[in-house]
Design a protein around this ligand. Sequence first.
Ligand code: GTP
Ligand code: MG
Length: 361
Amino acid sequence: MAKFCKGCGIELQNTDKKALGYVPNLDSDYCQRCFKLTHYGTLTINMQQGIESEITFSKINALNAVVFWVVDIFSFEASLIPNINDKLPGKDIILVLTKRDVLPKTLVDDKVFEFVEARLTQENIQVKDILICGHMLKKSDASMECIDELSWAIANYREDKDVVFMGMANVGKSTLLNQLVEGSGITTSRNPGTTLDLIPLYQEEGFTIYDTPGIENPHSMLSVLPPEELKQVIPTKPIRPFVSQIFENQSFAVGGLARVDFKVQGDASIVGYFSRDLEIHRGKLDDADRLWKMHLNKMLKPSADASVDTMVEWMAPNLKKGEKMDIVIHGVGWFCVNGKIQNIRVKVHNGISVSFRKAMI
Ligand SMILES: Nc1nc2c(ncn2[C@@H]2O[C@H](COP(=O)(O)OP(=O)(O)OP(=O)(O)O)[C@@H](O)[C@H]2O)c(=O)[nH]1
Ligand SMILES: [Mg+2]
């Protein structure tokens, strides 16, 4: 009888060492990839170009289940699923925002709700409820409170159906389920594409909660960076905003991942929200070309490019008077800007999305 890995859901096999699901001995509960990821943090098979999203959607659609859609609040734009209601026809969706702990503590939940509700309206997405979760990296009062709220929501919205947790890769679905369902022992890691197939977690009450493979987002920086660089980019501690006032044309570098050029007509305020481990460099716009040519992949790192010439330029819409705008580099973070700005140009790796939105904070 087929046996499936408890960590990632893949069918176990002991014939092909290089293929998914390999175990030297079929008595094991975990495949070798999960074993090495959990015990040594090493990735034997990278799934960045992972499981076909359509397969995951069709497996979810085949379940008689209520959907808990997990979204990383720090990486909100990269973890949105456009037209999710059409992709999951007839399914009730509860939105679970995770990683609340990495947003600045000064930000109140009401502001987060307000922001998310406005973005969902813009995207024409309908959900039955929105929950804010986070603090899942360890057990604490804060994490228990989230789990209590989640348990309540499951009891309240499930009716007599099963429950499926889904969402983009790396948003924290499996981490959440490990806290929600004691003893589930699902493999988690900072590499997108950790969970490989549906993982059923049977509940005493007679229903099943499913973990699912993350939907791949090729337009997020997390999809193109190697595992060792993900560590620098994915925040694990609350963000410390990088605050600066500018009075002349300036260029900002987010490591070597993004270059943001500001031409100003007066003074402007620029606040960066990025992982503490990513260095932000600021300098004169006139000198930026030279700086990037000389320092990319040296002082300006990590980067997904060997040369600034292969990076692609995005132009921000005009900033209206008194308006605060976020420039979001998908998977990395954002700058919140306001003031007398003439124009803003952003350079990122080809294929990575940049969004311009009404400020979250
Ligand atoms: N700061 C913070 N990090 C979290 C939280 N939950 C998960 N993470 C981190 O997010 C990363 C991804 O976690 P996973 O649980 O493997 O994410 P997933 O959605 O199951 O990913 P896939 O299986 O690839 O789709 C890991 O580095 C986790 O430690 C949280 O509440 N706060
Ligand atoms: Mg997972």
